[in-house]
Design a protein around this ligand. Structure first.
Ligand SMILES: [Zn+2]
Ligand SMILES: [Zn+2]
Ligand SMILES: [Zn+2]
Length: 246
């Protein structure tokens, strides 16, 4: 499978409107600190699935040359993870959307005049799309109702996407997350900045150690990191357009 990080920013994105910090300045100048909002593209020769549909989806799909989406999986009900669905719904009708009941209820109420094909799935119960096995697992991201991370398996290969989460993930979820080839982890800030509802980069590395991830890539990044080229010397920061073959 091939994974493309279409958007690696936090909710405001980088640059943040009105900010002139070094990271936002790098983003304005076209550097890799430029981060759009959360969407991850998963591809096999059988098709393409999006994990989350952030508000920048139109430019992300145009930029990556994607022509057709075979399914959308939503992790939770925050605007920066679903609002871009409307960006291609008028281009491609009858999109298949997947999520737990609470997430689909909220998002489809918000997008009430759109009628994608709804597929309710359960936490910890695998479902199959484009030749891959997907499983949602519960994470901790108050006040979102039952937020989920995503496990993707293809044969012996395993990818874990934490979605937005704090570090205190339940032992049941940690058990199913164990030993991924790649962990794509929410790491919104460096440890010098206080944060709730998300992990800082220290906590994300600690999670990677605990579940024995072979590789970790950070996403949902804020402008509080140093400019990408500096920060990425020490930390495994993802960037918009990053492709991972596994
Ligand atoms: Zn988010
Ligand atoms: Zn800034
Ligand atoms: Zn969130």
């Amino acid at each position: 499978m091939k994974i493309t990080l279409l958007g690696t920013g936090d909710a405001p994105g980088t640059p943040v409107i009105g900010c002139t910090c070094p990271t936002c300045t790098d983003a304005h100048n076209g550097g890799r600190s430029k981060r759009t909002r959360s969407s991850i593209l998963i591809e096999t020769e059988k098709g393409k699935v999006l994990v989350d549909t952030g508000p920048d989806l139109r430019s992300q799909l145009l930029g990556s040359g994607v022509q057709y989406i075979d399914g959308v999986i939503w992790t939770h009900t925050h605007y920066d993870h679903f609002a871009g669905f409307a960006e291609f719904h008028r281009v491609q009708y009858n999109v298949d959307v997947y999520g737990i009941k609470e997430t689909l209820d909220y998002i489809l109420e918000y997008l009430h005049y759109m009628h994608p094909r709804r597929h309710e799935v359960r936490m910890y119960t695998p479902f199959f799309l484009i030749g891959l096995e997907f499983t949602l697992f519960e994470v901790v991201h108050p006040p979102a109702k039952r937020p989920a991370g995503v496990i993707i398996k293809e044969g012996k290969k395993k990818v874990v996407i934490t979605g937005d989460t704090q570090r205190n993930i339940s032992s049941r979820s940690l058990e199913v997350m164990i030993c991924p080839d790649i962990l794509i982890a929410d790491a919104i800030v460096p440890p010098t900045i206080g944060v709730k509802k998300h992990m800082n980069s220290e906590e994300a590395l600690d999670l990677a150690r605990e579940i024995r991830a072979k590789k970790v890539v950070f996403t949902h990044l804020s402008h509080y990191f140093a400019p990408h080229d500096v920060a990425s010397k020490e930390l495994p920061l993802g960037f918009d357009g990053m492709e991972i073959d596994i």
